[in-house]
Ligand binder design. Sequence first.
Ligand code: MN
Length: 159
Amino acid sequence: PDPPGPGRPAAPAPAARVPRFVVHEHSARRMHWDLRLEHDGVLASWALPRGVPDDPAHNRKAVRTEDHPLEYLDFEGEIPAGSYGAGTIKIWDRGTYEPQKWRADEVIAVFHGQRLSGRYALFQAGAERDWLMHRMDPPADPNREPMPRHIPPMLARPG
Ligand code: MN
């Protein structure tokens, strides 16, 4: 490893950093996903009972939950029985996002993750905690694979 020295690049200024997100898969009393967006020094959070929408025609419920500390960006593990949110938490996806709009009742963001990717809106639709998540891009196609042209059908799905 390189020894520390004067040539090492300085860490980027916090203001210049791109905000991060994480989606936790939370096996609790009821399975759900927790979307957490780095914003103003905390993780603004929504619980998604049915996960992230993959089709603009089908919005999904997003329950606005408590802000979480930034340490949760990396959190995986067990929350002991008897505690709030008891169960197993795994990271379903994480990455960065570009906030395009951030208001008290609406957030529009472009996500850059492995699984959560593209432009989405989160907006309040009813009571304070009742939000919806809407995919603004065309439907995600999980079967999308770059297919070479002129390949015999039998060989279209190698390996
Ligand atoms: Mn949860």
